[in-house]
Structures are given as C-alpha cells and as structure tokens.
Design a protein around this ligand. Structure first.
Ligand code: PHE
Length: 472
C-alpha cells in the first residue's frame, strides 16, 4: 500500500499545502477583528501562547497518525486500535466534520467569487450599497459562481496530491503572500492608518475575560485546521524523510504570521474609513465584515484614488481571500475523497464524483437557506433563535465539534496508540527527538492538560450555542 501511495514531492510543497489549508477566511478577517475587539496586543499574546502550547502538539500528533498509517482519519484510528469500533467512530466523525465544513465553506467561497467578479467588472458602487449582500445571496447568478468554484476544486483534486494539491499551493500561496503585502503597504498610506495599528497592537488586559480566552483558543484551533482530519490526511502523504516537528512549527508560524499581518491590513482600513469607529460595535462575524463593511471602505477610497483604482484594490482583496479559501477548500474536500479512495476502494475520479453529488446537493441546500427556500431558512429553533440550515451546519461543525475531535486525538495518541509509538513516529526524519525537551513536553501535554482544556471548551460551546447558557 505505502509504495504506491502518492506523496508530497518536497518538504516545502508539504508545508505550503498544509499552510494553504490553515490560511483561510478565518486568518484574513476573523482574526484581526477578534484581536482588535478583545484587547489588541493582549489577545495576540494569549493567541500566540495557545498556538505554541496547545495547538502545536495536537498538530504533530495528527501528522504522525497520518504518516504512520498512510491513511486518513477512519483508517488511522482503525489501524492503530486494531479496528476497535469506538475509535473508528472517532475517525468517522473526523471525516464527516470536514465534509460538512466543506459544504458551508463552499457557500462562502461562492459569494467571494461573485464579489470578485462584480468588483472587477465595475460594480463596486453596487456592492457597497445596503441591499447588495442580501440581494446577491438570494440571486440565481450565485449558481454560476458555484459552478466556477466547483470546477476549480475538482480540477485541482482530480490531479491528485503532487500535481493538484501541491502545485496549486505552490502557485496560490506565494501569490497570496504577495497580494497581502501589497495591500498592507497601500493601506498604511491611508489617513489614520496609525490609529488602527495602535488599536490592534497596544495591549489592553482589562478586556481579557474567560470568554475571550475561550474564543482565542477556538480561533487558534480552527485557524490551524486542527480537528478536521485534514492534517491526518496530509500526514499520510508525507515522506519518511520529513521532520514532522519542524514542519509543524513552520505551518503554525506561517498561519499565525498571515493572521497577524492581515490585521495590519484590516484595522488601518477600518480606522481610515471611520476614525471614530467604536470597535466593540464591529460585528464578530467575518461574513458581515467581508461582504458588508469592506465594500463600503473600498468605495470610500474613490475620493482619493478614483473609482477605477478603488475597484482594483477591492478586486485584489477579493482575489486574496478567494485564493485563501480555495486552498482551504481543497484540503477539506480531500479528506472525504481520500476516505472513499482508501476505505471504499473507489478511484479518485469516482470518489470526486460521489462527493460532488452529495456535497453539491447539500451545498445548494445551504445556499438556498438565506431566504430562497423558507423551509431551509427557518429550519430549527435553538440557542434562543430561529436557525437556517447554514447556521446549523456552521454551529455544529465549525464552532462546536473541532475541540471534541482534538480531544479524541489527544486521548488516542496518549492512551491507545501510546506515547512511545508516537515518539517513534515523530523521531523518523528527526533523530534528536527522543529524549528532547520537546518530546517530554509533547507527551506530557497531550496526555494531561490539553485534552482537559479541549473538553472544557467543547462543553462550554455546546452550553452557549445550543442552550444559551455559558458555563464560563
Ligand atoms: N484554517 C481555515 C481558516 O482559517 C479553516 C478551514 C480550513 C476551513 C480548511 C475550511 C477548510 O479559515
């Protein structure tokens, strides 16, 4: 099996692919706003600490499980537990989660492509109008954009690991870095940019509450694509020569740097648009920021640089977000595809077809749940409000289940697969690992406080989201 499994061709290719997965909409808009609202530099410090102390060991464990078994979540949990059904179930949740995240993330990527098209073809003024977002997400033209996104994802995934995922990441990720830097430089020349930077960076420890700490850890967890089965699957395409520990550090560093630098773009933009902005009123939601506030900011630029240049800046921004979304989508859809290939023995083409049909139907249903179909728009009532199908998928799979999946990974590698076996895999390609401080930290943290913290966050999120009763 392992001889003919496709692998990433180089360590750099692997790091770019994993970073491509990690760098997503969450980094570019979610993180900056979260940070600005919740204590600026104080939030940044806590976030960085969580990335290093909690997320990195989990990331290493996921990579190690995948590489050791040459399998995705179901296969890896199964193979390492003698096919115990309980653990296979944990693996199965690790495949359903990315499949469902893929569904709602596709919907957002479809909107982004639509906005990119409209900004680039002279419709920025319309996008900045109050009605635009509500109209666009309920317009049939949406489906044209959906076809575009689906075709692109399928074209990449059909080419497989090296020619598809790795090649796309090698093109899209450097372009993304370049566009991000260009936008930061431009935004820093705007009036009042410094006020935004100050707000972003100067620490305000008074804002740090239990819920902010909880939010920082959840943000770090999903920003690094943990608990989604992705890193197990990507680990299974990893050669035995690769040093997992140092690669994981590079992925985490890239993801965190992009999130941080994105703040240097978003906050000065917000402050130059409105110097008196009250950040506590900024919506937490990335969606309303991207599709409602930012188009207004881009349009306001026309006073100084003209409509054409303002449209160019807006298009560059949407292209940047689109690239980030595509590499994340590719990684997340690869998980169920790899599952069908490995466990159900389907060809890559057939697996893509299967996921295309089922995922496509659910994606269309989610896209229709913003008003086009009443039953999907008002599907359920929980957590103190009426929820659409999109809300349900988002709340369940993005907001809630990731820490639980992480919790399973920690317990599994520490107590079922066992620490010495994990250490052995982490030592492959990294001889100095055994006996190092890192090894002791990874073993200790994964078997003690990390799973406890992840479980606490999971329970708190369930209580908050579904019962409107936060525990802390
Ligand atoms: N890390 C991604 C982000 O920040 C999360 C993600 C990864 C979402 C893969 C979907 C698919 O947006």
């Amino acid at each position: 099996m392992s001889e003919n499994r496709e692998q990433f061709s180089s360590r750099l290719g692997f790091i770019l692919a994993a970073a491509g997965s990690a760098v997503g909409i969450g980094n570019l808009v979610g993180f900056p706003v979260n940070a600005a609202k919740n204590g600026g530099g104080a939030f940044l410090l806590i976030y960085a600490m969580f990335v290093i102390a909690i997320c990195l060991p989990v990331m290493m464990a996921e990579f190690a499980m995948g590489r050791h078994t040459d399998k995705g979540p179901v296969g890896a949990f199964g193979a390492l537990s003698n096919q115990q059904s309980g653990w296979r179930l944990a693996g199965l949740i690790g495949v359903i989660t990315p499949f469902m995240i893929g569904v709602f993330y596709t919907v957002i990527s479809v909107w982004i492509l639509g906005y990119l098209y409209m900004a680039a073809t002279g419709d920025l003024a319309y996008l900045a109008s109050e009605a635009a977002f509500g109209e666009y997400i309920n317009s049939p033209t949406l489906f044209l954009s959906m076809i575009g996104v689906a075709a692109l994802i399928f074209a990449i995934l059909k080419m497989g690991v090296q020619e598809g995922i790795e090649k796309a990441s090698k093109i899209l990720m450097p372009s993304l870095f370049f566009m991000l830097i260009c936008l930061v430089i431009f935004v820093l020349t705007l009036d009042n940019a410094m006020a935004g930077i100050k707000f972003y960076i100067i620490p305000n420890f008074e804002k740090i509450t239990a819920s902010v700490v909880n939010g920082a850890l959840s943000q770090a967890f999903f920003s690094l694509s943990l608990g989604m089965g992705i890193l197990i699957t990507y680990g299974s395409y990893l050669s035995k020569k690769t040093n997992i520990v140092s690669s994981a550090k590079m992925v985490a560093l890239t993801d965190t740097s992009v999130a941080f630098i994105a703040g240097l773009m978003i906050l000065p933009a917000i402050f130059s648009f409105n110097p008196d902005v009250n950040t506590s009123e900024l919506s937490e939601s990335s969606v309303s920021l991207i599709f409602v506030l930012l188009p207004k900011i881009f349009l306001a630029l026309q006073a100084s640089i003209g409509y054409f240049a303002a449209s160019a800046v807006a298009s560059l921004f949407f292209l940047l977000v689109f690239f980030a979304a595509i590499t994340s989508l590719v990684s997340i859809i690869e998980v169920p595809v790899a599952y069908l290939i490995d466990e159900k023995k389907q060809s890559r083409k057939k697996a893509l077809g299967t996921i295309g049909v089922f995922g496509g139907l659910l994606t269309v249903a989610c896209a229709l749940s913003f008003g086009m179909v009443a039953f999907l728009t008002e599907m359920l009532n929980y957590g103190g409000g009426t929820k659409s199908m999109f809300d349900l998928v988002y709340d369940l799979f993005y907001e809630t289940i990731l820490p639980l999946n992480g919790f399973f990974v920690c317990l599994f590698v520490s107590y079922r697969w066992k620490k010495h076996a994990l250490n052995k895999e982490l030592s492959v390609g990294n001889e100095g690992f055994e006996g190092s401080l890192m090894q002791r930290y990874v073993n200790f943290s994964l078997s003690t406080f990390i799973p406890i913290i992840l479980l606490a966050i999971f329970l708190n999120t369930v209580a908050t989201k579904f019962f409107a009763q936060p525990l802390f």
